[in-house]
Design a protein around this ligand. Structure first.
Ligand code: TXA
Ligand code: MG
Length: 323
């Protein structure tokens, strides 16, 4: 069983475990990550093993400063500008892997690019104190919703890892935005904690969308990646018999009074609050015993794009490889 230690008392123990090649669940500003020393292949293998994650799915490397990032990835001018503006924070940049970078090939799943971000809080302190870049996917079993509390990590992975660092509920609540710049064109690979509009305002151009290649470029984009056990029904205009309700905003749709359980992403219709509560409310309704989870419409603006992206994945059909 994992020990759970408050973040203000956990740094030394977490550093010892990381340097010994063990995985540790840590809070970031987005969601909890399952961290390991990115330079140590065996440590990284422990992450894949604990998550039950397909090996082809590359991991994000967390750094404490630009110097650490530049030892790993090659910055073009647009990526450099985005790092300056949004780091530390919920933005991951996919960059060409630097020749001789001390990162296990398991981290990049053999790609010649690497996803890098500078997080806020404990994960950054871990990288700074160990001097190691930290590989960390979200700290959930593969295919399950990302954890935003230490208790959620414990429920999913508690029996497979030695330590969970408890930093309380994460502030942002959805994963980082992933951007890749190619030939000067910035492409949105995954909507997330930084809104597309904010990035477009900085680069002065619209973001390209979707993958430029036929292959899946960010396997976290696989259709059913964020899946509760209970079926999810989107853009509900009424609650049907036996359903739970995931509400948004002050008004209620027809049948809400008979819902098996109700959670509201944000009673005031605040999208940031909705993102922060999304995964914990989905997990809560998943446990309610409802036949399905009806979800009220959420606006597409700002971080609403990331919320709708995760909801669409939660509602996608679940078959075979897509877990
Ligand atoms: O907020 C976050 O990003 C959280 C916290 C823990 O930092 N991490 C996270 O990691 O969401 P993960 O592994 O659950 O999702 C990482 C995504 C995956 O979809 C992966 O395919 C993509 O990043 N990715 C990583 N390296 C990549 C690369 N070189 N090219 C394209 N996509 C990449
Ligand atoms: Mg994930």
């Amino acid at each position: 069983m994992a020990d759970i230690i408050r973040e203000d008392q956990a740094l030394e123990r977490a550093c010892e475990l990381i340097l010994a090649g063990r995985p540790v669940a840590v809070p970031t500003e987005t969601v909890y990550g399952l961290a390991a020393d990115a330079t140590n292949g065996e440590a990284v293998a422990c992450i894949y093993e604990a998550k039950g994650r397909p090996r082809f799915n590359p991991l994000i490397v967390h750094v404490c400063d630009r110097a650490m990032a530049e030892e790993i990835g090659v910055f073009d001018p647009v990526s450099a500008r985005l790092a300056e503006e949004f780091w530390p924070g919920p933005l991951t940049l996919v960059l060409p892997l630097k020749a001789g970078a001390q990162v296990s090939p398991l981290v990049t799943a053999g790609l010649d690019t690497v996803g890098i971000r500078m997080p806020l809080g404990f994960a950054a302190r871990l990288a700074a104190r160990t001097g190691r870049p930290i590989a960390a996917p979200s700290a959930n079993a593969s295919g399950r919703v990302s954890p935003t509390t230490a208790a959620a990590v414990d429920a999913g992975l508690g029996d497979r890892i030695p330590l969970i660092v408890d930093g309380g509920a994460t502030a942002v609540g959805v994963e980082s935005t992933i951007v890749k710049v190619e030939d000067g064109v910035a492409r949105l690979l995954r909507p997330g904690g930084v809104a597309a509009e904010e990035i477009e305002a900085v680069i002065g151009a619209p973001l390209a969308r979707g993958s430029a290649k036929a292959t899946v470029e960010a396997p976290g984009m696989l259709a059913s990646h964020y899946a509760p056990n209970t079926a999810v029904r989107l853009n509900a205009t009424e609650v049907r018999g036996g359903e739970a309700l995931l509400a948004f905003g002050p008004k209620r749709i027809a049948g809400a009074g008979e819902a098996v359980a109700v959670e509201n992403l944000s009673k005031t219709g605040d999208l940031r609050e909705a993102a922060a509560s999304l995964f914990s409310h989905l997990a809560g309704l998943d446990r309610s015993g409802a036949r399905a989870i009806a979800v009220e419409p959420v606006p597409m603006r700002g971080i609403g794009e990331a919320i709708n992206d995760r909801l669409a994945r939660a509602a996608a059909p679940r078959d075979g490889e897509e877990h």
